[in-house]
Design a protein around this ligand. Structure first.
Ligand code: GDP
Length: 300
């Protein structure tokens, strides 16, 4: 399946090494723990997360008097699934018979526009009436790129000129969505992050405009992160979590990276659920994130 295929690089860098360690070491000793720690950190699971995970494993080994390395494999898998199961919903919140507004935030190049296109396709194929708002008026080509996706998927795009006020675009998009009986409005935003104050001001203005029209909007704020940037993605997530009221994460480009372990670090350190993952550049390459499926795809 696609999930398994898309995660092959992570499997190669992480699980193959773990398997090799289990086979080679046979017995659990200090050296075994150290090597396992190194492999996990190398796969971008993150130092804090790895240390907590190792503590859990040691405790379990002691309690159950486990000596053989291979016996640790199912426990490691179980612990990772536990880390990923935050108890929060992975579903994208969609209102019934009412307009749902979803805002996409994240720095340039992470895959925001592509993700909006893919999600529009997914929602449309589920029978939803979808509209896109070209709120990234800053990045050169962002508006055109969204229009290309709109055409490809068969949904309309509300846009202004490049450089226009994003909040004005979002305002127009909400008016259009209301008059056209749209179910879901997907809003792109600019990824200016060189200055946190700027980012917050721009997003706050969009929130104000939205909330004047629809008090509960935005119903979702999805932060898009590029998995290939590893620990950097985690730093971005921390910044946006503080300033943007993020309700869920989208992790893109998992297909192109051995750093899939970042999924685990993000859950452990931020406690925001990864809702969607990108596994390629095509329309169908977007999947709802499922922890069990993820772990079994990499350990398969
Ligand atoms: P934005 O600046 O955040 O809007 O980023 P874009 O949507 O323009 O994406 C930047 C690049 O990443 C493009 O070349 C996309 O095709 C590519 N991309 C986006 N998502 C994925 C993914 O899940 N997998 C892969 N391999 N490439 C992706």
């Amino acid at each position: 399946n696609k999930f398994k295929e898309g995660l092959s690089k992570t499997r190669g860098a992480f699980v193959d090494k773990v398997e090799e360690l289990f086979l080679r070491k046979k017995k659990i000793d200090e050296e075994f723990y150290e090597e396992l720690e190194e492999i996990l950190i190398g796969a971008d699971v993150g130092v804090h997360t790895v240390l907590d995970l190792m503590e859990d494993l040691r405790k379990e080994v002691k309690e159950k008097k486990i000596e053989d390395a291979v016996a640790l494999k199912p426990i490691l898998i179980e612990k990772i699934v536990e880390l990923l199961n935050t108890g929060q919903s992975r579903e994208i919140k969609l209102l019934e018979n009412e307009l749902t507004v979803i805002l996409f935030v994240g720095v340039n190049g992470v895959g925001k526009t592509t993700t909006i296109g893919k999600l529009a396709h997914k929602l449309k194929s589920e029978g939803k009436n979808v509209l896109l708002a070209a709120g990234d008026t800053f990045r050169a080509g962002a508006i055109e790129q969204l229009e290309v996706w709109g055409e490809r998927v068969g949904v309309d795009v509300i846009k202004h000129q490049a450089g226009a006020d994003p909040a004005a675009v979002i305002y127009d998009a909400v008016q259009a969505a209301k008059s056209r009986n749209v179910d879901v409005l997907l809003c792109d935003t600019a990824g200016r992050l060189h200055n946190k104050v700027n980012l917050m001001n721009e997003l706050n203005k969009i929130y104000r405009v939205l909330q004047r029209e629809i008090p509960e909007a935005p119903h979702e704020v999805l932060l898009v992160l590029d998995a290939t940037t590893g620990q950097n993605a985690l730093q971005q997530a921390k910044l946006f979590k503080e300033s943007a009221g993020v309700t869920g994460l989208v992790l893109t480009k998992l297909d192109g990276t051995a750093k899939g372990g970042i999924v685990i670090a993000i859950h452990h350190e931020l406690n925001i659920p990864v809702k969607l993952v990108g596994l390629g550049e095509k329309m169908d390459d977007l999947q709802v994130f499922d922890p069990e499926q993820f772990v079994h795809a990499i350990f398969a």
